[in-house]
Every structure is written in structure tokens, then in C-alpha cells.
Write a protein that binds this ligand. Structure first.
Ligand SMILES: Nc1nc2c(ncn2[C@@H]2O[C@H](COP(=O)(O)OP(=O)(O)OP(=O)(O)O)[C@@H](O)[C@H]2O)c(=O)[nH]1
Ligand SMILES: [Mg+2]
Length: 614
């Protein structure tokens, strides 16, 4: 044979390909314990047991042959023989990490299904043993239909056996392999799971316990049910547990208002403090307990390792609408706030995937919407149970979050078939180990969330409320006339009301919508300030929820909720979208489609509610 056969080392990042390459060729290729070290192909010489020289090619780690990044493209081109000036590799040596077998077998299956001569190097077997895993290479080989050789690249263990198998590989019987080429990504994952379950002979108690847990939590049937159940409980808790704390804060604010009223002379400054600052900003701060409960759930799910599993479960759903699981983490962060969510999309390699994710991120219910939802739910949805332990208020809140998610998925579905058309890319995530949440980390995380919320209340929400109070307080109304109607803000609201009235919005809502562009919570403080300025003595004594319940019809309240599910009521989000998409085009599309959806859905909600006689 005149030509030197090419043997390629392929596999997931961090499998030990470069370590194996160095061991076989005596080269000094850079290796390091994090994924993505090798980013181009490297070649070196080695010899088979028969003395036949071979050219060994070390490739960048990859998760699939559908390249998501330029280095993955190198791998896929070399493997498919499409790399210019390079012969198609004679044999593929698929390197897998024995300690992370299930994950690495997903790509391995794809490579094996190509129907080419393959040898699997079951590398890092020493680490697997340290973890208490005993893997039966023969069972694995049987299941995969290719030879499997245990290796420890860094100690040069198993190299002889590997070279022997490489030499025999061109004579492999490969006829049955092509049928596996049709498998989808989820099917390969399930396969990988089953293969590993069969090949592992013994594991430590912890390992066994973790994989049992995964079997239930990642099961295609029980997994989503459990996820759904957890989220359901989370929203129930937001209402069920927060009440005593909310009452405490409310009482505190009322006491403060009472104190200011007695301690200060009547006049503009007293009005400013009581109606503007305390009623307005106070009406938002009241929701701190609910925000903390929500984030306590999210943080525990993150720290325990469950969140990555949730992403894995969601990957399937995301695939239906043309998104990959890579979008899950940015979308998940958007539940806190769309701004970090949109910034997190930088990790999405495919530009169309990324754009779609940016466009739907504002539909994830951010924590700024919680006060708006909570105040309306508190005023209009009776706090009764609709089943054992199931509160109606929590149910409605859950519904609103779900509504946003479904809306986002539908929009993604439409976008991916029109403006951001393209193939969906696959995705695999490292599954972290299960862990008990650490109290300290949890408390720090909660404190950070509380701090962000309170800082917003003290800055942007405070400013917007103060400006609104000024616009509401001047010019002064004649006796007998309504102060709000006579004010500058009242006149602006009159103009907006022409457009908003058909969808059931009243004067106060129109008034609240504009300052709420600064931050959604301002909708709440704006309503509180408006009612504080205009209310008569009886109403003054009542809290915001009571006043809303007295002044709004149920269809109006529901329309208001529907509006906030969709409306892009946040200037910062729009600014970040502009920065991340490098221009005004996409932010403008975003504003237009979100306002259109908000208007249409608020209208539909209002008129349906009226027709139902609610
Ligand atoms: N204990 C042990 N460590 C190994 C083994 N093989 C590789 N390593 C270590 O695992 C890490 C990753 O090895 P690399 O060879 O860089 O992995 P790679 O597959 O080339 O990774 P990319 O280039 O990122 O795709 C390094 O720290 C190696 O020293 C092994 O068999 N046993
Ligand atoms: Mg490498």
C-alpha cells in the first residue's frame, strides 16, 4: 500500500482525543480539562502492530455532525471526507468518556451510523472506576455493533489493543448499521440511556441513586408531568405563603402614611410623601415576599441540578417549534428579566436561532410583571380553593405564565417558518450531578434578587412615580372637579383612552400605561398614586386592591392582565434588543408585534368576558 491510511480521532469535547493522539504519536498536542481545547485538525504519524504506518488526525470535539460552530465544521468535514486536500479517513476512532458515557454515546451513535469502519475507545476508564462504575466493554460492543477498547490515554493503557482493533476495522461487517442512521436526536438519547443501563455492572450507591432519579425525572412521560407539577406548586406557593408577610408590609406602610399625616402640616409636601412616595412605591414593595418565594423555588431547582434536566425535557418541545434546547437557558433567565435573557443568547451559535430567541424573550413572564398580575388577581380573583390544596389565585397566576410561554412558542413557530427560516440545530447539555442546595448560596441568591427588586423600587420606579405624581397634581382642579381629570397626566390619558377604550381599558389604565414603559411595576404604583390623589375619604382608607375591586369591572381587569402578558412595556428590553441585534429593525418588529398581540388579546379577553356576562 503506497498511500498512508488516515485514521481520525473523533468524539465529544473533553473526551481525551488529544491525550490519545499524543500517546499514540508521541506528539505534544495541547490538552486541558475543559471542552473546546483543540479547534483545528492536527495530524501525526503512528504505526499499526503489523508495522503499517498510519496518519492519525486529532479533531476538535463536537456534539454532532450538524456543525454548530466553525470548529465543529472542521470535524464534520474531515469525517465526511469533504475537507479539501484530505483523504476520507479509513477508520474512525470514536473516543468516549467512560465516566460520562451516556452523553458521549449520543454522538458516537451518529458516527457509527455512518456505516464506516469504527473503533470505540472507552477512555478515562480510570475515572469511571474511581467513581465506582464498572463498565462491561463486551456488552457495550454488542449494543453498539463495533469493537470497544477500554483505554487510559494519559497512562498509555489499552493502546496496543486499540491499534490492533484499528488494523482489523476495515474488515468489519457494517451492513446492519445504516438503519440506525434514521434515528432522531431524542431517540439516540433514549438509546444511549438504555445502552449504558445495560453495560454498567456495578455502581456506587450514590451513582445508582442518581441514575434512578434521572430515570424518573427524564422519562418522557413522568418527566414533563413532574416538571409541570413543580411549577404548579411554585405558583400556588407564591400566593399561599406570601399573605402574612404582605399584610405586615402593608400595615407598615399604612402606619408610615398615618405618621406622616399627623407629623406634617397639610400641604403639597405631605401629599407628595403620602400619595406619591408611600402609596406609589409602597404598592410595589408589597410584592417583595412573592418575588422571594418565586426565586427560592427557581434557585433550589438550579442548585439541585434539576434545572439542567428541565432544559433537557424542554428540548423536545423546543424542537417542535424550531428552536433548540440552547434557547432554554436564555428563556429561563428571562423569567427573572428579559435583559440578562437576551444577553445570554450570545451563547447560541446559529444566528437565526439566536434572533428568534431574542424576539420571544420578552414573552417570558419577567419578575416585574408579578406585582401587576398579583395586584389584579388579589383584587378580582377570589381567594378560594378549587380542589384539595389548590387555590384559585395561584391557578390563575400559573395560567398567565403558561399563556406567555405558549405565546412565545407560537411566535417562534411562525418566525422559524417565515423570517428566521432555517434548520433547527441539535443540542446536548452536560448533566450536572444532583446536589443538596447549600443554604448559604441560596440565601445569597435570594438576597441578590431582593436587592435588585428594592433597588428598582428606589430608583426607576420611584422616579417614574414621582414624575407621574407631579403630572397628576398640576394644574390644581377647581373645587368639585376631579383632580386627575384636570391634571396634565389626565389630559394625556384622555388622548390615549380613545385608542384603549375599545378593548375595555378605563381612564386610569390609560394613565398608568405610559409611565409603566419605564418599568412594568410602575403600572401598580401609578394606579395607587392615581387613586390616592382622587379617592374620597372612604376610598383613601382602603388599600389598592380594594379600590380596584370597587372601581373596575371584571372584564376590564382581565383585559388588563392579557395586555401585560404581551405588551413590550419596558424600554430597557427594547434598548438591549437593539444593541444585541445591531440596529433598530428587529426591536421595531418586536415592539410592533408585541403591541399588536397585546391589543388583540386584551380586546378578545374583554369582549369574551362581556359576552359571558362576567
Ligand atoms: N484520568 C484520565 N484523564 C484523562 C484521560 N484522557 C484524557 N484525560 C484528561 O482529560 C482532559 C481532556 O483531554 P483532551 O485530550 O484535551 O480532550 P480532547 O478530547 O482533546 O478535548 P477537545 O480538544 O476539547 O475536544 C485532560 O486534562 C487530560 O489530561 C484518561 O484516560 N484518564
Ligand atoms: Mg483536543
Amino acid at each position: 500500500m503506497s498511500r498512508v491510511p488516515v485514521i481520525a480521532l473523533v468524539g465529544n469535547p473533553n473526551a481525551g482525543k488529544s491525550a490519545l493522539f499524543n500517546a499514540l504519536t508521541g506528539a505534544r498536542q495541547k490538552i486541558a480539562n475543559y471542552p473546546g481545547v483543540t479547534v483545528e485538525r492536527k495530524a501525526g504519524r503512528a504505526a499499526l502492530p503489523s508495522g503499517q504506518p498510519i496518519e492519525l488526525v486529532d479533531l476538535p470535539g463536537s456534539y454532532s455532525l450538524d456543525a454548530a460552530s466553525p470548529d465543529e465544521e472542521v470535524t464534520s468535514k474531515v469525517v465526511m471526507g469533504r475537507f479539501s486536500g484530505e483523504a476520507m479517513p479509513e477508520v474512525l476512532v470514536v473516543v468516549v468518556d467512560a465516566a460520562n458515557l451516556e452523553q458521549h454515546l449520543v454522538f458516537a451513535q451518529e458516527l457509527i451510523a455512518l456505516g464506516r469502519p469504527v473503533v470505540v475507545a472507552l477512555n478515562m476508564i480510570d475515572l469511571a472506576e474511581r467513581d465506582g462504575l464498572v463498565i462491561d466493554a463486551a456488552v457495550l460492543s454488542e449494543a453498539l455493533g463495533v469493537p470497544v477498547v477500554p483505554t487510559v490515554a494519559v497512562r498509555r493503557r489499552g493502546l496496543e489493543a486499540l491499534l490492533t482493533e484499528i488494523e482489523k476495522a476495515p474488515q468489519q461487517d457494517r451492513t446492519h448499521r445504516h438503519q440506525a442512521a434514521e434515528l432522531t436526536l431524542p431517540e439516540r438519547r433514549l438509546n444511549a440511556h438504555n445502552i449504558v443501563a445495560g453495560a454498567i455492572l456495578s455502581e456506587t450507591a450514590a451513582h445508582r441513586w442518581h441514575s434512578r432519579l434521572d430515570m424518573v425525572l427524564l422519562n418522557p412521560w413522568s418527566g414533563p408531568l413532574i416538571l409541570f407539577g413543580l411549577l404548579f406548586v411554585m405558583f400556588q406557593a407564591v400566593f399561599a405563603w406570601a399573605d402574612p408577610f404582605i399584610t405586615m408590609i402593608e400595615d407598615g406602610i399604612e402606619d408610615l402614611i398615618g405618621f406622616v399625616e399627623t407629623a406634617m402640616p397639610d400641604g403639597i409636601l405631605q401629599d407628595f410623601l403620602t400619595q406619591g412616595v408611600l402609596s406609589g412605591v409602597g404598592s410595589v414593595i408589597v410584592f417583595l415576599p412573592q418575588i422571594i418565594i418565586l426565586f427560592a423555588f427557581i434557585l433550589v431547582m438550579e442548585q439541585s441540578g434539576y434545572m439542567a434536566r428541565a432544559a433537557f425535557l424542554m428540548d423536545r418541545l423546543m424542537a417542535y417549534v424550531g428552536l433548540s434546547g440552547r434557547s432554554f437557558i436564555p428563556l429561563l433567565s428571562s423569567f427573572a428579566c428579559a435583559i440578562p435573557g437576551i444577553m445570554a443568547t450570545r451563547a447560541i451559535a446559529d444566528p437565526k436561532d439566536r434572533l428568534t430567541t431574542i424576539m420571544i424573550a420578552p414573552l417570558m413572564t419577567c419578575s416585574a410583571r408579578l406585582p401587576v398580575y398579583a395586584v389584579i388577581i388579589g383584587a378580582f380573583i377570589p381567594a378560594r380553593t378549587v380542589g384539595p390544596g389548590i387555590g384559585l389565585q395561584g391557578l390563575v397566576l400559573f395560567g398567565l405564565y403558561l399563556f406567555g410561554i405558549i405565546g412565545a412558542m407560537l411566535v417562534a413557530f411562525v418566525l422559524r417558518r417565515t423570517v428566521t427560516k432555517g434548520a433547527a440545530s441539535g443540542f446536548i447539555m452536560e448533566m450536572p450531578r444532583y446536589q443538596m442546595p447549600i443554604w448559604r448560596d441560596l440565601l445569597i441568591g435570594l438576597w441578590q434578587r431582593a436587592y435588585i427588586f428594592l433597588r428598582r423600587a428606589g430608583t426607576i420606579i420611584f422616579m417614574a412615580t414621582v414624575i407621574l405624581w407631579v403630572l397628576l397634581s398640576f394644574p390644581k382642579a377647581d373645587p368639585g372637579e376631579s383632580q386627575v381629570e384636570a391634571s396634565i397626566a389626565g389630559h394625556i390619558a384622555d388622548g390615549l383612552n380613545v385608542v384603549m377604550e375599545p378593548i375595555g381599558f378605563n381612564h386610569e389604565i390609560s394613565l398608568a400605561l405610559i409611565p409603566a414603559m419605564a418599568a412594568r411595576e410602575v403600572a401598580v404604583s401609578a394606579l395607587a398614586t392615581t387613586y390616592a390623589i382622587d379617592g374620597d375619604e372612604d376610598e383613601q382608607a382602603a388599600g389598592l386592591t380594594e379600590r380596584l375591586a370597587m372601581n373596575w369591572s371584571l372584564p376590564t381587569a382581565l383585559a388588563f392582565l392579557a395586555w401585560f402578558v404581551f405588551a413590550p412595556q419596558c424600554l430597557s428590553t427594547i434598548a438591549v434588543a437593539r444593541r444585541e441585534t445591531n440596529g433598530w429593525k428587529w426591536p421595531l418588529v418586536m415592539i410592533a408585534y408585541l403591541f399588536a398581540l397585546a391589543y388583540v388579546f386584551a380586546g378578545i379577553t374583554y369582549w369574551s368576558a362581556v359576552a359571558l356576562g362576567l
